[in-house]
Structure formats: structure tokens, C-alpha cells
Design a protein around this ligand. Sequence first.
Ligand code: SF4
Length: 459
Amino acid sequence: MPLSIFDLYKVGIGPSSSHTVGPVVAGNRFLDELRERAVLDRVASVHVGLFGSLAMTGKGHATDVAVMIGLMGEKPDLVDPDKVPLYIEEIKSSGQLNLAGERKISFDPEKDLPFNFGESLPKHPNGMHFKAYDDAGIILHDNIFYSVGGGFVLSDAEAGQGKAIKSDHVLPYHFNNGVELLEICEAQGKTIAQIVLENELTWTDQETLENRLWNIWQVMDNCIKRGCHEVGELPGGLNVKRRANELFEELKNSPEAALKDQLTVMDWVNLFAIAVNEENAAGGRVVTAPTNGAAGVIPAVLAYYDRFVHGSNRQGIYDFLATSAAIGMLYKKNASISAAEVGCQGEIGVACSMAAGALCAVMGGTNQQIENAAEIGMEHNLGLTCDPIGGLVQVPCIERNTMGAVKAINAARLALRGDGQHHVSLDSVIETMRQTGVDMQDKYKETSQGGLAVNVVAC
Ligand code: SF4
């Protein structure tokens, strides 16, 4: 199936792409299926079972909330994050859910939206089973959906096709791996960004494409700005205090500090990442990049390019997003961007790799140097586990984004100082990441059953 830049970059809401955005999409798709079967107006009740990682960490990731707003017909990119708590309060107090925004059905989250702890569905760790009944209790339609990372959702039938889902859409430049991508670039005499942007023009025209890319950057940048001004504690009960505002005030009010400490720029990069991930943890508007848990890495590195790299410009922002998306596509095709499948390698690791290659590109790197930067970005995240305390995307997630961003900048610089020749190819590191993920015990894959999640008391 051909992938678009906008499959990797989706405007959504926090705190999780697989556990929040995906379940909203699954709810929307179930509504579409009810409409296609012309049974929507006969639905009297809906039951949605959550399985695997969605059950284990779904509470902290607001999966139940996501399913409910998905069934209401709200879209991840359009729903007002401030209204979500009001919708949920209304459902709980009235015992009714406004199905598809059209008609009220009875709905009790405790009974109709169970977290099936310790149970999994066969095709992916993030499973949801949707069932709709009429007023006699007869089942009208049911389907299983899997949230496979980054907001991507597969139905039971699609999941059965693995990664071989067919599409009639033909791209001028089709690539399955890093070697093929570099060969196309070489044969065409083009950059990775040019190849991906030309592919994109099979879906849309130049002006719309540029507007959509600019919008992605604007949502990221607004998220940074909002995060810099919010104060207080993050929701969920861990009592994690927001840090971005204090850091922002300190950096803004003492510009002379940068004269004494040249690494002050790293404080800014840390700030950008923290601001985004605090917004994500609070359920705010973020860009899935390529996931929500890792949503701060790419905006932080892109903001670094925008604010600190001499000569940065609008075309550079398009190229950054296109190059990073090309790298993300390689992970999506050949490994995974789902922490429930491969641990945090698939989130922070992939985001770091994407950002490293993209920064290298907009700082003048060759295609070989870009591939090298992306490889370095993942090589030093191999084995990274997913162990969020209390099932919340807060600790270690927020700081981990700062590490991913700083590491990406260093990877880009390392690659730019080389000639593009290196021992480990990007394809090799992607395959290594996949194998490491397969070997990783489930307790380190977004279940909050191991690592920091069990060694630090959530209070
Ligand atoms: S530990 Fe990493 S993969 Fe797991 S929720 Fe946090 S950011 Fe996502």
C-alpha cells in the first residue's frame, strides 16, 4: 500500500497515537460500516472490548475516552480537545452516547467498554472488538479492529493480509527499502525529499501539498507555543508538574546566558520537546510524528532548524517533513512504529531516526549522509523498552523525547562530518530493530508490566 507523508504526520489529540488516535479512528470506521449496512438507525446499544496492550495501559492512555468520542463521530484532527472531558462527563451522567452525533443510545462505559486484562486478540497486541445490537439484543454487526501504531487502524480482514494490503494507486517512485530509495535518487539525480514530494503530487496539486505541509508545521509550532505557557500538573494522578513554562521563562529572560554557555541551544531543544509532550500528556492537539508518545522529537528538531540554523526557510521545512516521512515509511514497511510490537524503539527510536535524516538533509547533506544520519539515529536506540509509569505517557516519555531530539541533532552532525560511507546500513538497522522487538518480552512493550513501571511507585 503506498504511503503518504500525511500517513506519517497526522493531526490528532493526545496522549497516544495507538491507544487514543487509533481507537477514535476505529470508532469512526465502525460507524461507516454500520452506515454501509444500513443498520445505523436500528442500533440500540454498542459493546466494545479492549484487548492486549489497549487493556493493560488503556486507562492511562484514554483509550476508553477515544472509543467513545469515535463512536460519537468525532474526528481526531477536528475534535476540540477542551470539549472531550465534557462529552465523557455527559455520557457518564446520562448513561447515553450520541451515536454518530445523530441519535442517543444507552451506554454504560463500565459495562459496555470493558478492559479485558490479560486477554489478547490474535493478530496484534492492540485489539478492539466492536459489536452493535438492536433493541431486542440481536447483533446487527460486529468487527475487530487493530490499532497498529501511529494512528493506523486495520480491520480484522486487513490485518489478515499483513503488510501486503493492495492498492490501485501507483506512485512514480516506488521503494521498499533504503537501498531502493537511494538507487532511485541516484538514477533520477534527485534528493530524497524531491522523490517523496513528487510521489505526493499523485494525490494532490503543488499548492495544496505545500499548504498541508505548512499546516503540519504550524500545528507542531502552535503546540510548542501552547506548551510553553501552560502550568500546573498533568492529569492522570502521577502528580507530574509541567516544566516547560518555567524553562521557557528562564531561557527567554536571560538571553545573555547563551554567551557564556554555547550549549544553551540544547536547553531550547529540550524545551521544545517537553512543551509538545506535556501538551500530548494533557490530551491536547498534537501532530502524530510518527506516534504521539514520540510527538516531541520531530517538532523539537524542526524548531531547532527553524530558529537556530542559518538560512532556514519555508522550502527547508517542506524538505524536512518529506525526508523524515520517507525514513518513517521504511520503518512502517519493514518493521513497526508500534510500541506494543517493538517497544520504544518504534516510537522514540523511529522519530529520532526520521529527525536525524531530515536535519541532515536541510543542512546540506547528501542522500548517503542522510541515510547515514537516519541509521545512527536508530542504532543508538536499539533495545529501548516501553515502560510508562502508571500507563501514562509522562514518565519516562516526556524526557525521552528530549533525548531523542538531542540524539537526532548529534546523529545529523556526525553524518555531516563523514562522507556517507558507513558499516551499518539503514536497512540493516531497521531489520535489527524489528528482530530486537520480536525478542523483547511483552512486559517491555507498552503493558506497564516491567521496567520503570514496576520499579517506581505510581502515586
Ligand atoms: S515509553 Fe516510549 S513507547 Fe512507551 S509510551 Fe512512552 S514514549 Fe511511547
